[in-house]
Design a protein around this ligand. Structure first.
Ligand SMILES: [Zn+2]
Ligand SMILES: [Zn+2]
Length: 303
């Protein structure tokens, strides 16, 4: 595969808007209630209490770090001089209408594979997954790892909180909603009302992205596959096989593509944007030379 051009990727403080501040307040409130209205009243500052507080603090801090990474880090934009290189790639994404390389009329430049134009961000985004209103930013090539780690850390924090509730008292729910101090009772009831739908939503989002990561697919690519199936069914054409994805290289390589080539750093919080983003290995890159000839000039009918 040809050497990739350096993709400019920057931190944007301007991405911190009212929604982001609201999310930070909700996380802060839930942390405060978890520690000072649940753990401290039940376990006090005993060894189990401090241990639970420590684990909850670490998972919450990691969640917030990854969240702010997703908010402030540019998701990745195509280099201004990007040109599709059919010779260097085993796959070329083309327009469905005329088979020409994909070109963004709004940005006035060619689109690298897997990139899409975001109407909210008003520019093309590398390996765009989706535009997230809760981060006021696109989730794409450069910050997807941080997004996925955020989902994992947040699930760990939720599991930790559930563990505390389960083990600290046999009558946890009545205590949560009926503490002796009025402000603790109010805070607990409010936290419970906020945390329950939030936990369910984030759990569903986590499960969804685990499935996507396993097959190295983006949310947009999944939607495109579903749309192609609906269109094929409507026109009587053979249905495309949604399980066949050109960028699905097997679970281990998929994880290396998304989380980094060194498995030792997978659990570590990100400190830099994911490099590259203008070309991706495909199934056909892994085939033998003889097989590769058979699959030469393979075209994908994307918009
Ligand atoms: Zn564009
Ligand atoms: Zn966007």
């Amino acid at each position: 595969m040809a050497e990739e051009a350096v993709v400019p990727c920057t931190i944007h403080l301007s991405k911190i808007n009212v929604t982001v501040l609201g999310v930070l307040c909700v996380f802060g409130f839930l942390y405060y209630v978890s520690v000072f209205c649940v753990i401290v009243p039940w376990l006090s500052y005993s060894v189990p209490g401090i241990t639970n507080m420590g684990v909850l603090t670490v998972t919450t801090c990691l969640s917030l770090y990854c969240y702010m990474f997703c908010v402030m880090l540019d998701a990745g934009r195509p280099p201004p001089n990007y040109q599709p290189d059919q010779e260097a790639s085993s796959i070329l994404e083309v327009k469905r209408k005329d088979g020409a390389p994909r070109y963004c009329q709004k940005c006035q430049q060619f689109k690298p594979p897997r990139s899409h134009h975001c109407r909210k961000c008003q520019r093309c985004v590398l390996r765009m997954d989706h535009h997230c209103p809760w981060t006021n930013n696109c989730i794409g090539h450069a910050n997807y790892r941080a997004f996925f780690l955020f989902l994992i850390c947040e699930q760990l924090a939720v599991c930790m909180f559930a563990h505390v509730c389960k083990t600290s008292s046999p009558s946890v729910l009545p205590s949560l909603l009926g503490g002796t101090h009025t402000h603790i009772r109010t805070y607990n009831a409010l936290a419970f009302a906020v945390a329950l739908p939030l936990t369910i939503s984030l759990l569903l989002l986590f499960v969804w992205h685990v499935q996507l990561v396993m097959v190295n697919k983006t949310t947009i690519e999944y939607q495109e596959g579903v749309t192609a199936s609906i269109n094929a069914a409507a026109s009587g054409a053979p249905l495309p096989d949604l399980r066949r994805h050109p960028y699905d290289l097997g679970l281990y390589v998929n994880l290396m593509t998304i989380l980094g080539s060194n498995p030792a750093v997978w659990p570590l919080p990100p400190c830099a944007p994911t490099p590259g983003g203008t070309s991706y290995s495909t199934k056909w890159d892994l085939l033998s030379a003889a097989d590769a000839e058979e699959h030469e000039a393979r075209l994908l009918g994307l918009t």
